[in-house]
Design a protein. Sequence first.
Length: 147
Amino acid sequence: RKGEVLTRSLPVHVLIIEEDEITAGVDIDGNGVWDYIDQYINAKYPGVDNDRLRSACRQFARAIQGGLLNADNKDLSLRYATASDRATECVFHWRPQDANEVLSELEAIILNTQTRGRAFMMFSEQSAGEVFLSASFSQRGASCIDE
């Protein structure tokens, strides 16, 4: 009928985290990426054709996790900030058309508690005023670390 709107439910994934959770996550398989992030990456980018993108996302996750866990240490924070920049370049290498979206969504998944959000702010503040050199567009692939 005219003027009638049909709606369809969208799939929703709810992750409930206790607010007093510590910053570190669980990494049962020992690949350096917290398991819930690994699950997100595998579900979001399945298939053989996304192997390199998944690797780049894990590289980014490891850098951000390291930054969160060492947010109170300026030297380590700067090291992880540099690692985060390299990982960002790697994601841009494999997905230039939507790398910002890939990274934003991944960052939102990683920073899923207030504790992690506060740690991220501290981590970010450690690099305030610092300059990080970037790879040229043609050299971004060199920023990728093979798993």
